[in-house]
Write a new protein. Structure first.
Length: 274
């Protein structure tokens, strides 16, 4: 009844490891399925959701506010999948989308650059120079995206419970380590961690349904009691709390809603949570 997220850079064999871990454990292996669920639920083409979660911001790309909306939709879909348990996720930023849930094992798969280049040469039938250039370019774009969206460096070992260099130990040993680790008592779901995940899922779902009102909206929920934090600006400010409350109360699982409007949204949130 646990969850495994597998993070990696391109051509590090992370997807292969995730699929084998899921097979050994009898878990569902999830990647692009999250994008498909978000696309179906919120009516956004899968391609645009993919770009929002995989491509670094640019002047000619998706606007910042649109990207925030798309990521909110993907985050809500991801949280919904995680409620199912028995899942191995290898999509983007799983270790950053949901934090603090104790029965979630966060795995980082690393591979030496030379091995990644060799694998890309083999799979894409390109030269060593082309493969190296593309991998370094992809790493740079991915790093910028993670910092822009989450304010974190996804190569930081502190984000993970396990960091494995597949170049040193191989795919099969990596699978063995992950499958044995996730069976430890520490990663078994308990009442607190299950309740926390349910709170996170509801918060993500509400945020996805409200983010068109404020791209920086924040939501915190506790057993159906919801707090929504939004910016107090613009001519429609007076009506916004009413709209937020009306929309949120229509969603399953919501018992009550308090709306907090502030000119300095992040300062207000920090104050409420101290």
């Amino acid at each position: 009844m646990s969850i495994v997220t597998v993070s990696r850079r391109t051509y590090s064999r992370g997807k292969e490891i995730a699929e084998k871990v899921a097979e050994v454990l009898g878990y569902e292996c999830v990647g692009r399925e999250v994008l498909l669920l978000a696309s179906k639920e919120y009516g956004i083409p899968e391609e645009r959701l993919y770009k929002a979660t995989h491509e670094a911001p640019s002047f000619l790309g998706i606007t910042p506010n649109a990207r925030k909306r798309y990521i909110a939709y993907v985050k809500a879909a991801f949280a919904a999948y995680m409620l199912k348990d028995n899942v191995v996720y290898h999509g983007p930023a799983g270790e950053l989308l949901i934090q603090g849930v104790s029965h979630l094992l966060r795995v980082r798969i690393n591979a030496d650059l030379e091995d990644r280049v060799a694998l890309r040469m083999e799979r894409d039938k390109i030269t060593e120079k082309e493969a190296r250039k593309k991998i370094l370019r992809d790493d740079d774009k991915h790093g910028k995206l993670m910092k822009w969206v989450y304010g974190r460096d996804d190569t930081d070992a502190g984000l993970y419970d396990l960091v494995i260099n597949v170049s040193q130990i191989g795919v099969d040993k990596a699978v063995e380590i992950v499958t044995s680790t996730v069976k430890l008592k520490k990663f078994q779901p308990m009442a607190y961690s299950i309740r926390l995940l349910k709170n996170i899922e509801l918060s993500c779902r509400i945020a996805a349904h409200l983010i068109d009102l404020d791209p920086d909206i924040r939501v915190r929920s506790e057993s159906g009691n919801v707090h929504v934090y939004a910016k107090a600006s613009g001519r429609g400010m007076k009506r916004t709390p009413e709209i937020i409350k009306e929309r949120a109360m229509k969603l399953p699982g919501v018992k009550s809603v308090e709306v907090h409007m502030s000119e300095d949204l992040f300062e207000r949130i920090a104050g409420e949570m101290r």
